[in-house]
Structures are given as structure tokens and as C-alpha cells.
Write a protein that binds this ligand. Sequence first.
Ligand SMILES: [Zn+2]
Length: 102
Amino acid sequence: MPKSNSVTKDDDRQMLLVKWKDGTTSEIAWKTLRDNCPCAECAELHGPADPLRLKLAPNTSLIEINYVGNYAVQPRWADGHSAGLFTWNYLRDLAGIMPAPQ
Ligand SMILES: [Zn+2]
């Protein structure tokens, strides 16, 4: 089994593939990632409704995804946004699976 979690991106299907160190894999749509970006700037977008649609829909095209230490990954989007750090447990949450035991 691999020693650490890893991610690869599937450009054709616009999915992030996560290989967990327990040998299982998950797929998370790029749009799901962007919609759930945990940074402060996006938290505002996720906030109160925007009935007049003054806010632009975020770009969901993933350019690259980088590892941050061994605890998180950081996607960079086509519009230049890269402030969001996704911890592995947060990715598990988005993938709909239980957090890894500590
Ligand atoms: Zn963000």
C-alpha cells in the first residue's frame, strides 16, 4: 500500500482522483471542489443568496493541484484563484466517506 495519499486530475472528465493510503480511491468533481473551496474569499460566495447575481460564478477549470506538506492539497484554478487549502479529511468529507482514523 502507498505510504501517503495522492491526487491526480482527469482533464477529460473534470474529476480529481484521490488515492488514499489505505488503498481505496475517490473521485471528486472539479466543480464540487471549487464550490466548497474553504478560503475566506469563497466563503463569502457560499454565503447569503445573491438574487441579483452580482457575483461571477467561479471558474471550475482546474489548472494544477499541489501538495501542501503532507496534510493538504491546493488547487490552482483557471481564473488564478489558489487560496483554498483542502486537507485530506476535508477531501474525504467532500467524497462522502468517513474521516480517516487518526
Ligand atoms: Zn477560494
